[in-house]
Design a protein around this ligand. Structure first.
Ligand code: DON
Length: 312
């Protein structure tokens, strides 16, 4: 029913089915409220897009609606830093799952200011610091990189979200001060946290996000331009870190249920990579207690079940 005679998934029917199935879940999650501006987002929304390496794309629901990318931007910041600095970055940030919430401080003190991975806030702040030593404004470098990958100049910062987060970013300031005290932050704390919050405020829609992440499905190459963003080995490594750390302390559950490397954000977006085949983006603002989109995670689980495609 969901594949043609040659066994190729019927993506249009699959997305249609998923959109119907998620409807009862849209009222179940909780919109992120610790960033005041995000608390205003209407919860009952859902969009999904699939970008296939052969250039076709499929979408459903609110796939054209822009949302706050938040931690999804950490994926692009990491790719940019890795492209520039290579393996050196692992001197300053680890690549192990933390098993803790994304904004936790506890490991940082006894691990002497070296964050567990680049996707928890502590690690993303170190990546921002690495970029801040290279670029006048690291958040602009990340925005331009995402625009290039999404082939869309309309991606932009949401100033209201950024300001709202900077004013209330007490925990991120605490994390950054702790890292600075251990000597693992080279730029001023205020500059790093402000750049990080602006980066997180970048807005994107599902179609743009699926296209932007497709180089990770394409083993480092942008599928439509053949431009090499990362070599094959680096793309593999980023996908590996995404699988083990991209959804924080739910990474085990996510791998079990979905079976794809993915990166989530508290704006309700998730980008997932099916190496050699496609990049999938999903958005629904209601979150589960670990900060991952509730309907988004379910939609991806149904996607890999109905297409019979995952990395396993
Ligand atoms: O730093 C924060 O808390 C937010 N700007 C981003 C957190 C986030 O998206 C975590 N993802 N699930």
């Amino acid at each position: 029913m969901f594949a043609n005679e040659s066994g190729t998934p019927d993506y249009a029917s699959i997305l249609h089915c998923i959109e119907e199935e998620v409807q009862p879940m849209l009222s179940q999650g909780k919109v992120a409220s610790y960033i005041p501006q995000l608390a205003k987002v209407e919860r009952e929304q859902f969009g999904m897009a699939v970008y296939l390496l052969d250039g076709r794309s499929f979408s459903c629901g609110a796939a054209h609606t822009r949302f706050s990318a938040q931690s999804v931007t950490k994926l692009f910041a990491l790719a940019l830093a890795y492209r520039r600095e290579g393996h050196e970055i692992w001197q300053r940030v680890g690549k192990e799952p933390s098993g803790n919430p994304f904004n936790s401080l506890v490991q940082l003190e006894y691990e002497r200011g070296k964050p567990r991975n680049p996707f928890i806030n502590a690690g993303a702040l170190v990546i921002t610091d690495i970029l801040a030593s290279r670029f006048v404004e690291s958040e602009i470098a990340v925005l331009q990189f995402m625009r290039q990958l999404a082939d869309s100049n309309s991606l932009d910062f949401d100033r209201a979200v950024a300001e709202s987060e900077i004013e209330t970013a007490h925990r991120n300031f605490a994390i950054a001060h702790m890292i600075k005290d251990f000597g693992n932050l080279h730029n001023p704390v205020k500059r790093v946290v402000s750049s990080y919050c602006r980066q997180c405020s970048i807005t994107v829609n599902c179609l743009e996000l699926a296209r932007a992440g497709s180089f990770l499905a394409g083993h480092g190459k942008i599928p439509w331009s053949e431009q090499v963003v990362l070599d094959q080995s680096s793309a593999k490594r980023i996908n590996a870190v995404m699988l083990t750390c991209g959804t924080y302390d739910a990474a085990g559950e996510f791998a079990y249920r979905v079976g794809l490397p993915a990166k989530s954000g508290v704006g309700g977006g998730i980008v997932a990579v099916l190496p050699g085949v496609a990049c999938v983006a999903v958005w629904s603002p209601g979150l589960d207690p670990t900060g991952n989109s509730l309907a988004g995670m379910y939609a991806l689980e149904r996607f890999t079940t109905l297409t019979k495609l995952s990395i396993f």
